[in-house]
Design a protein around this ligand. Structure first.
Ligand code: DAT
Ligand code: MG
Length: 148
């Protein structure tokens, strides 16, 4: 089944939003396959955002990501990449709808609380990058209550 990489950024951790954010994915019906709190070194942050290395905001973005611990997660479920992005909301919180994580919790684009993979292919790469140790392949007893 499809998986995505979700990361609560340092502002989300510092602001005590971890439980609320996890609840949103959990209550939707997605299954948690990986979870850890980690400090990120510059090399890992730069690799994660390598596609944005030419952008003027790249150095600020990397400084932000390494400024405190992040919560790294793998969530699984049908359509989790696209639906996860909807749960998160638009990149710029000024355009994120109320009810989304960024719409509810963020104001500035450079403090937008959370990351989510933008495609199945980037999810695969990001999960390999952030969870080289692998994830947990458990089967929830709620599965038949969520999927027909
Ligand atoms: P997303 O995180 O929604 O996938 P992205 O991959 O385009 O967005 O960019 C990664 C992060 O970089 C984003 O969460 C916030 C920051 N960012 C993007 N565009 C920016 C901009 N124009 N100015 C400042 N920061 C920006
Ligand atoms: Mg992105």
């Amino acid at each position: 089944m499809e998986q995505t990489y979700i990361m609560i950024k340092p502002d989300g951790v510092q602001r005590g939003l971890v439980g609320n954010i996890i609840s949103r994915f959990e209550q939707k019906g997605f299954f948690l396959r990986g979870l850890k709190i980690i400090t990120v070194d510059r090399a890992l942050a730069e690799k994660h955002y390598a596609d944005l290395s030419a952008k003027p905001f790249f150095n600020g973005l990397v400084d932000y990501i390494i400024s405190g611990p992040v919560v790294a997660m793998v969530w699984e479920g049908k359509g989790v990449v696209t639906t996860g992005r909807k749960i998160i909301g638009a990149t710029n919180p000024a355009e994120s709808a109320p009810g989304t994580i960024r719409g509810d919790f963020a104001i500035d684009i450079g403090r937008n609380v959370i990351h989510g993979s933008d495609s199945v292919e980037s999810a695969r790469k990001e999960i390999a990058l952030w969870f080289p140790e692998g994830t947990v392949n458990w089967q929830s007893n709620a599965h038949p209550w969520i999927y027909e």
